[in-house]
Design a protein around this ligand. Structure first.
Ligand code: AMP
Length: 520
């Protein structure tokens, strides 16, 4: 069996690593770059290019260059996040016939998982070139707050990329593993992970090689992209005012300003002020050409993005509350994700947690290193397998009941793998089938949560209401992926489903009725 790799599949950048002779090796491409932009560009008639080459195309052909596909993966068309992405993206985002989300580039359609598969193939090839042998197994990381649909779609992407996915691992957990592996540490750590597209906070207890996640919380639509769009919105207003031309609906202009905003942000992480220049930003129909020019200092930038920074702390407080801990009980705060290079983030984290964050880990590589350690653990069990990881499920799982309520079966922050069974009974006389709709989220109302999947249990004995009971078992595996089973008590009929990553369209258009209430 060859080497199993760890891949950090990021919104903005990806990184690949493996353990060789007990040491993590982060693989670089031929130019020596240790991370790759998670960007897939489609050329005219040619196959897709990925990574740094694709990034170059972003400026002159944004409409055929797919960025931030991770923000779409496993999401349903019509969701708030998808609508936001549609408004921001230069490439097309559409809905397929079954309601599934698709990316449209040069007349061709791709699922977000297919785009991510391109990135994974690219990372796999970089590892293979460095190792000089084929790679078939990987641990792939996801934000801790990803729901089942997003995890399943990431797993599908790995399969499409020709990789056996050994484990879907939460990014903050991977970071903690890399930080504490073989260090003999005994402490409580908070992993503050602000990447390109998502924010996660996990609180862990490390005891030597035992890693236990106590609580996790996150926002899958809060990351560096949002900082860039916030600054790009300011640039847009400045440009429209100074040029007298309204280009607020021009996607190419918006994309170029986003690029400029990102460059300004990175420059401001080391300098006090930056001059932003975008030559020939816009050409009007009558041939007039406009450049964009402005100066931004750290103070102004901070005012634009402070609401976003504050949102991360609201999420941190939520996780601390769930862990029943105060900031003072946290021994170390680890910073993960490219955005944590920005001084405002570091200073704000220090203020919130009353201690300087730990900066010994490389925020761009630590997640891939943790993934590689876990890949090594899982493929070297006979050698003791290294560390023990206990993770939790980030969101509550439940089913829809009459009245549109969501009845929780597994509460958030329960250690995984886990299983829970509850017994339901029929709500109507002679009811012969029931629909089981599975949701993830914290709201009492099912519709406010994420629909993971639905299935119908048919052929129930036609009995008076309440006499047919159905046992519903939910299992969450080590990858955080949900499996559901239902068995009726009269006929012993069983229907098992693995909830597939799906569009939210009912699996079967059925007249099946919902459940009435619950027996424990
Ligand atoms: P990641 O998903 O962890 O690769 O993080 C990518 C995000 O980090 C992007 O939004 C980048 O613009 C941002 N980033 C990378 N380097 C810096 C830096 N020096 N200062 C501010 N943001 C950065």
């Amino acid at each position: 069996m060859g080497v199993a790799i760890g891949i950090d599949l990021g919104t903005s950048n990806s990184c690949v690593c493996a353990i060789r002779d007990g040491e993590p090796i982060v693989f670089a491409d031929q130019e020596g770059r240790r991370t790759q932009p998670s960007i897939v560009a489609f050329g005219y008639g040619k196959s897709a290019v990925v990574g740094w080459k694709a990034r170059r195309q972003l400026l002159y052909a944004p409409e055929s260059t797919v960025i931030s596909a991770k923000r779409l993966i496993g999401r349903r068309s019509g969701s708030v996040e998808v609508e936001r992405m549609k408004a921001q993206s230069a490439y097309g985002i559409t809905e397929g016939q079954a309601g599934e989300l698709q990316v449209r580039v040069q007349g061709k359609l791709f699922t977000p998982a297919e785009i991510s598969a391109h990135v994974l193939v690219h990372m796999k090839k970089i590892a293979e070139a460095a190792l000089g042998e084929p790679v078939t197994q990987a641990v792939v990381t996801v934000p801790a707050y990803f729901n089942d649909n997003q995890r399943q779609a990431t797993r599908d992407a790995a399969t499409m990329a020709g990789l056996e996915c050994l484990r879907i691992l939460n990014e903050p957990t991977a970071a903690a593993l890399a930080y504490g592996f073989k260090q003999g540490k005994r402490q409580h750590v908070a992993v503050y992970d602000l990447g390109g597209g998502t924010f996660d906070i996990s609180i862990l207890r490390i005891d030597d090689d035992f890693f236990e996640v106590i609580a996790t919380a996150g926002d899958t639509f809060l990351g560096g992209d949002d900082f860039d769009y916030a600054a790009a919105d300011q640039f847009m207003e400045l440009f429209c005012q100074s040029s007298g031309v309204d280009v607020r609906d021009n996607r190419t202009v918006r994309m170029k300003l986003r690029e400029a905003a990102e460059r300004a942000k990175v420059a401001l992480s080391t300098g006090e002020a930056v001059e932003v220049i975008v030559p020939a930003l816009h050409r009007t129909g009558d041939g007039r050409e406009f450049d964009f020019k402005t100066t931004v200092d750290r103070f102004t930038y901070a005012q634009w993005v402070l609401p976003l920074v504050q949102r991360t702390f609201d999420v941190c407080d939520d996780a601390l509350k769930a862990a029943n801990m105060s900031t003072r009980q946290i021994d170390h705060v680890l910073l993960v994700g490219g955005m944590t290079r920005y001084p405002l983030i570091r200073e704000s984290v220090a203020g919130h947690f009353h201690k300087a964050p730990n900066t010994t880990v490389n925020p761009d590589e630590v997640v891939a290193i943790g993934a590689a350690i876990q890949a090594w653990n899982l493929t070297n069990l006979e050698e003791g397998g290294g560390s023990v990881l206990l993770d939790v499920t980030p969101q509550s799982l439940g089913v829809r009941t009459v009245g549109g309520f969501c009845e929780t079966l597994i509460a958030r922050n329960t250690a995984v793998p886990t299983e829970s069974t509850k017994v339901f009974h029929t709500a109507f006389d002679l009811q012969t089938e029931v629909r089981i709709s599975v949701y993830q989220g914290e709201s009492r109302m099912a519709d406010d949560n994420e629909l993971l999947g639905e299935f119908v249990l048919e052929g129930l004995a036609p009995k008076p209401r309440g006499q047919v009971r159905v046992r519903v078992s939910f299992e969450i595996d080590n990858d955080g992926i949900v499996h559901v089973r239902a068995v009726d008590s009269v006929l012993g009929l069983e229907r098992a489903i693995r909830i597939e990553s799906r569009s939210g369209v009912p699996v079967e258009a059925s007249q099946a009725r919902p459940f009435d209430d619950i027996d424990f």
